[in-house]
Write a protein that binds this ligand. Structure first.
Ligand code: AP5
Length: 216
C-alpha cells in the first residue's frame, strides 16, 4: 500500500511533485483542487457550490470536501494506494482520512517555500485545461499563454482565477495557520518528511525520492 500525502501552502509545488511521483511509481494522484475545478467545468451542483469558496480564496466546507475525497480514494484505481494533493487541509479532514484508511498513511511530504516566493510563482502560473493533460507551467518559461500547451500541443492554456493577487493573499492567510496544525499532527505520528521546495523542480523531485527511498 502506497498512501502518500503532499502538504504545502498554495504554490509550494504540491501538484507539480505529486504528478511526477505518480508517473514514477504508478500510483494515482488525487487532487482536491483539480476535482473541484473538474466539477465546476461540468457545472455540477458540487462544482458551483465549491466555486463560491474557491473564488474568494476560502476553504470549501469540510463535509463536502471529505465526502468527495473519500469517495474518490474508494475507487478501484486507488486499491494499491493514492497520492493526495491538497487534502487534508484541516484537522477534521485529517482525522476523517485517518479513520477511513485505518491509519494507513505511509508518508506525508511537506514542501516548504517562503511566502514571497509563493506569491511570485502563483502570478506566473499557467495550466492546461485539457483534463488528460493538466500540465502546470510557468508563464515566463513558456513565453505567455497564447501558444499551444508544450505538453499536449493543444491551444488550451489558461490562468487560474484564484491566482489573482487579492485571492492569493486570502488563500495564504487562510492556509498558513492550518498548515502549522497539520505539520504538528503528522509530526506527532512520525510520518512527516520536510523538503526544501525552493530548489528547482528536478532537485525537489530528487530530494523527495531520496527521502521516500525510491531508487532513481
Ligand atoms: P488547490 O488547487 O489545491 O490550490 P492550492 O493548495 O492553493 O495549491 P496550488 O494548486 O495553488 O499550488 P501547488 O502547491 O499545487 O503548486 P503547483 O505545483 O501548481 O485548491 C484550490 C482551492 O480549492 C482552495 O483555495 C480551496 O478553496 C479549495 N480546496 C482545495 N482543497 C481543499 C480542501 N482540502 N479543503 C477545502 N477546500 C479545498 O506550482 C505552482 C507554480 O509554481 C507553477 O507555475 C509551477 O510551475 C511552479 N513551480 C512548482 N515547483 C517549482 C519549483 N521547485 N521552482 C519554481 N517553480 C515551481
Amino acid at each position: 500500500m502506497n498512501n502518500i500525502i503532499f502538504l504545502g501552502l498554495a504554490g509550494a509545488g504540491k501538484g507539480t511533485q505529486a504528478q511526477i511521483l505518480s508517473d514514477t511509481i504508478g500510483i494515482p494522484m488525487v487532487s482536491s483542487g483539480d476535482l473541484f475545478r473538474f466539477h465546476l467545468s461540468n457545472k455540477t451542483e458540487l462544482g458551483i457550490e465549491a466555486n463560491k469558496y474557491m473564488s474568494i480564496g476560502a476553504l470549501v466546507p469540510d463535509d463536502t470536501t471529505i465526502n468527495m475525497i473519500l469517495q474518490r480514494i474508494g475507487e478501484e484505481d486507488c486499491n494499491n494506494g493514492f497520492i493526495l494533493d491538497g487534502f487534508p487541509r484541516t484537522l477534521e479532514q485529517a482525522e476523517s482520512l485517518h479513520k477511513a484508511v485505518n491509519g494507513q498513511i505511509n508518508c506525508v511530504v511537506y514542501i516548504e517555500v517562503a511566502e514571497n516566493e509563493l506569491v511570485k510563482r502563483l502570478s506566473d502560473r499557467v495550466i492546461c485545461t485539457i483534463k488528460t493533460c493538466n500540465a502546470i507551467l510557468s508563464k515566463s518559461a513558456i513565453g505567455g499563454i497564447d501558444s499551444n500547451c508544450p505538453k499536449c500541443d493543444k491551444p488550451a492554456l489558461s490562468q487560474r482565477k484564484d491566482d489573482l493577487p487579492e485571492v492569493v493573499e486570502n488563500r495564504l492567510k487562510t492556509q498558513i495557520p492550518l498548515i502549522k496544525q497539520l505539520v504538528d499532527y503528522y509530526n506527532n505520528k512520525d510520518i512527516l518528511i520536510s523538503v526544501d521546495g525552493e530548489q528547482n523542480v528536478d532537485m525537489v523531485e530528487s530530494e523527495i525520492q531520496m527521502k521516500l527511498g525510491i531508487n532513481q
